[in-house]
Design a protein around this ligand. Structure first.
Ligand SMILES: [Zn+2]
Length: 118
């Protein structure tokens, strides 16, 4: 899920989750009703003990006009995921470095922080 979110943040696409259960995950482009065909279905495989993408319908044909700061897929879970990985690798990582890593992952943070400053 994290990779799907990151892909969308990086490329400026947005998706909505239609169904999210312990063994099933279905999402589609936020512009699906406006004609963008992108849809993804994943499920948890007991055999491999991994999440597997079962089906991807089409590619995004939507043109994103949103402000990056409004990105719906950039949520606390996604930020937490990046923090968690960095802290796991280096438990004594300074907060300053964590902030720098988040800024690197989301170029948009500069924009958000700039708009918060005034
Ligand atoms: Zn789309």
């Amino acid at each position: 899920m994290s990779y799907i979110k990151q892909y969308h943040i990086d490329n400026g696409f947005r998706f909505v989750v239609l169904d999210s259960k312990f063994d099933k995950y279905i999402c589609q482009c936020i512009d699906y009703k406006k004609g963008c065909p992108w849809r993804l279905r994943a499920s948890y495989s007991k055999r491999s003990s991994k999440w597997e993408i079962r089906k991807i319908d089409g590619s995004h044909t939507c043109l994103s006009t949103m402000q990056l700061a409004d990105h719906v897929n950039l949520d606390s879970n996604q930020i937490g995921y990046i923090f968690m990985n960095s802290v796991k690798e280096n438990p004594s990582i300074p907060i300053k470095t964590l902030i720098a890593e988040i800024k690197k992952s989301f170029r948009i943070f500069d924009f958000i922080w700039q708009s918060l400053e005034w």
